[in-house]
Design a protein around this ligand. Structure first.
Ligand code: ATP
Ligand code: MG
Ligand code: FE
Length: 332
């Protein structure tokens, strides 16, 4: 069984072919047009998807060593994401499935970020707790089975990736700033500056406070020293990252305690963050957790994770009808 999967929810155009649960490839075209705007421009994203989608799909089919007539289903990201971006992928998937007369499989992007853990070994055992940290979401998810997940806590405002990107912007770094904060933080002192650790009730998060705190802190410092940022960039990045990682881990620890589950995973773009990876790795040893961290290429948006989700849906015969529409907001 060969399934072609397409991901186009934000600013990555990606295609992947999966054969009986084994991912054969993961072709990703990253859009660079957004860099100069300091964030993803939706209209430019959908235009870039239109340009990139067919070449990306062709490469996925070619490198899988199959012809399109061998495909058994077409999978696509239905949501959540940018409406214009999703529409390109959904429309293409429908047309392709219709022309080949094969079924369509819709995939929830947040579900797929978690299922990225099933692309390669070691795979987490059920039930496990997954901290999904991405550009648009921050969720603690109790994963009972591949397709049985429950959000047990989430951010009430900004996502942690957004907090990384927005503070990076205040520091004058280009979009996406998360990876750059990570890079500079490696040479900095995480205790140099103290940024707030917001504690929300239950297993929820709030990340909007930190950008305001950084904004006012920088405003005051820059009055005294216009070169404050460039002279202290590494310490600033390390301190911001420290607060963000602390906030993530406080609730993760609480979730593990509350649900008595010691299988712990992270997913989403921010799980590429080395501060989070290192601190969490130490914490897992200390607490006796089995920790699962996906490979970098499967942390940020990619079609391999969509293909993985589609594989499980195919096994259950969960197909979509031809009148399926994208959803900008979509619950797990
Ligand atoms: P969602 O999945 O919620 O729809 P998204 O698809 O845009 O959002 P991802 O592609 O999963 O999100 O992740 C992108 C985010 O990950 C960006 O905010 C980016 O800055 C952040 N990110 C990527 N690498 C790192 C890193 N090393 N450190 C911190 N943040 C990072
Ligand atoms: Mg992206
Ligand atoms: Fe994503």
């Amino acid at each position: 069984i060969f399934i072609l999967a397409i991901e186009s929810s934000c600013d990555e155009t990606s295609a992947s072919v999966i054969a009986d649960g084994k991912v054969l490839n993961n072709i990703v075209a990253t859009q660079s047009v957004h860099e100069k705007y300091g964030g993803v421009v939706p209209e430019l994203a959908s235009r870039a998807h239109q340009e990139n989608l067919i070449p990306v799909v062709q490469e996925a089919i070619l490198t899988a060593g199959i012809s399109k007539s061998q495909l058994s289903a077409i999978a696509f990201t239905r949501g959540p994401g940018l409406m214009g971006s999703l529409l390109v992928g959904v429309s293409f998937a429908k047309a392709f499935a219709f022309s080949l007369d094969i079924p369509l499989i819709e995939v929830n992007h947040m579900n797929a970020h978690i299922l990225a853990h099933f692309i390669e070994d070691p795979k987490p055992n059920f039930p496990f707790i997954c901290l999904t940290v991405s550009g648009g979401h921050t969720q603690l998810v109790l994963v009972r089975d591949h397709l049985d997940m429950e959000v047990i806590g989430e951010t009430q405002d900004d996502a942690v990736g957004e907090a990384f990107d927005k503070t990076a912007k205040l520091l004058g770094l280009p979009y996406p700033g998360g990876p750059l904060i990570d890079k500079y933080a490696k040479e900095g002192n995480p205790k140099a500056y103290k940024f707030p650790i917001t504690r929300m009730p239950e297993l929820n998060y709030s990340f909007s406070g930190i950008k305001t705190a950084v904004l006012y802190f920088l405003r005051d410092q820059l009055k005294e020293n216009p070169k404050f940022i460039e002279e202290n960039l590494a310490d600033l990045c390390a301190s911001v990252q420290y607060s963000l990682v602390e906030m993530l881990l406080i609730k993760l620890k609480a979730a593990v305690k509350e649900y008595g589950v010691k299988e712990v995973a992270i997913a989403g773009g921010v799980s590429a963050n080395s501060g989070l990876r290192d601190t969490l790795t130490k914490l897992a040893v200390e607490k006796g957790w089995n920790l699962y961290i996906p490979k970098f290429e499967y942390c940020t948006d990619n079609a391999a994770m969509i293909a993985m989700a589609a594989h499980y849906k195919y096994l259950k015969g969960e197909f979509s009808s031809m009148d399926v529409t994208p959803l900008a907001k979509m619950k797990i």
